[in-house]
Design a protein. Structure first.
Length: 396
């Protein structure tokens, strides 16, 4: 028998750490373009050359998922904890119904590059080059194209409700629908040159759009408080902003990107639904995608296989209690822990802080020594062959 115990349920409020984005080991060096989490613990990231990585431990570790394609994948979204849809270049759409164990190709009906995806119930919306918007009303199993009347590339799409949605793209294009995507109408952004890279609405009236100017390290953040009738702008130099994401509380959000010239990351944070933004310190490659599945928990992905993880508490990390009866003793301890099980074997062990920073790595051993670490809570991922367990460690 297997079951999971969510550590956050018992320990949230007891531990608090600085809001920093910590690099995680994705296991690849490919450019990662899109990321999506169905639950705080289970997610997927997609990238160039058909790369897909998945996690079931809140982003602490990532494993391969065979996409069955070598096409660059640009975006991914979930319909449930086991169903995800990914899109990519040349009209590629793939779908998994078993949490990434296998993927199947779905006929998109187009060869245009696909760039963004959004799920609202059983309705799925996809954007792409040449003004492409595809709509599925049956969870991504069949697709129809809708006429947008434009030839600009559309980069991202977001629905506020079953009927009201927005799509943004090159040429400062903003489109709005009020009938579920059947008809799209232009909204004036007040500009005509920026490439608009992402759109997010925190409520029916308040929305934010990121944009970049001519592929340079100059960006703009657009904001509306009246459903897109009027947009205000703020300029941000030295960076290209690529993606937006908000916590479920819809007040705290992040805009991520970085320098094209220097391949460095940039992350801005708002706590006012986009009314103001402050720079968050970060050191990594340029970021392209975001996902924030829980308050205090978030992820970004980007160039060079980079995945960054933000965790302000233990949200998303689960302790698994498995058939092979892993034991940790003593626990709590002064820093030295012994791992044992009914298998009477040695283990491969990785130890993480509560914000996902890898603290230690042990091969073929059963002793964890955290004597040099500060007091607090850590998590150990323990492996033996195909078996894996996650355990909480408390250093006193």
């Amino acid at each position: 028998m297997k079951f999971t115990l969510t550590i956050a349920t018992f320990f949230i409020g007891l531990f608090s750490i600085a809001q920093t984005f910590s690099p995680q080991n994705s296991g690849v060096t490919s450019q990662l373009n899109g990321i999506s989490f169905a639950t705080p613990s289970k997610g997927m990231v997609v990238g160039n050359s058909g790369v897909i990585r998945k996690t079931s431990d809140a982003g602490l570790t990532w494993t391969a998922s065979n996409s069955g394609t070598s096409v660059d994948l640009t975006a991914v979204a979930f319909l449930s904890s086991s169903i995800y849809i990914a899109v990519g270049k040349t009209g590629k759409i793939i779908k998994t119904t078993n949490a990434g164990t296998s993927w199947s190709t779905v006929n998109s009906g187009t060869t245009n590059d696909l760039t963004g995806i959004f799920v609202y119930g059983v309705n799925v919306y996809v954007t792409g080059s040449n003004g492409t918007i595809l709509i599925s009303t049956n969870s991504g199993n069949a697709w129809t194209a809708t006429n947008t009347g434009i030839s600009f590339k559309l980069n991202k799409i977001f629905f506020v409700s079953e009927f009201v949605g927005y799509a943004v793209g090159d040429g400062a294009t903003i489109l709005k629908t009020v009938n579920g995507g059947q008809v799209w109408n232009f909204q004036s952004s007040g500009m005509n040159t920026p490439s608009l890279t992402d759109v997010y609405f925190t409520d029916a009236n308040t929305g934010v759009i990121t944009g970049s100017i001519g592929g340079s390290d100059e960006s703009i953040i657009f904001r509306t408080t009246n459903g897109g009738s009027v947009w205000t702008t703020d300029d941000y130099s030295g960076t290209t902003l690529n993606s937006l994401g908000f916590f479920p509380d819809n007040s705290t959000g992040f805009a991520v990107g970085g320098s094209i010239a220097g391949n460095t990351s940039t992350i801005y944070k708002t706590t006012s639904q986009g009314a103001g933004w402050v720079l968050v310190p970060t050191t990594s490659s340029r970021q392209l995608g975001t996902c924030f599945p829980a308050n205090g928990l978030g992820y970004t992905c980007g160039l060079d296989g980079t995945i960054l993880r933000l965790a302000t508490n233990t949200a998303g990390i689960e302790e698994s209690i498995d058939d092979w009866s892993i034991q940790i003793s003593p626990n709590p301890s002064n820093g030295v822990f012994t791992v044992s099980s009914e298998l009477n074997t040695k283990f491969s062990i990785e130890v993480f802080s509560v914000n996902g920073e890898r603290i230690a790595s042990i091969e073929n051993g059963n002793t964890i020594d955290l004597s040099a670490c500060t007091k607090g809570v850590y998590f150990a991922e323990i492996k033996s062959g195909s078996l894996t367990a996650m355990r909480k460690l408390v250093k006193e």
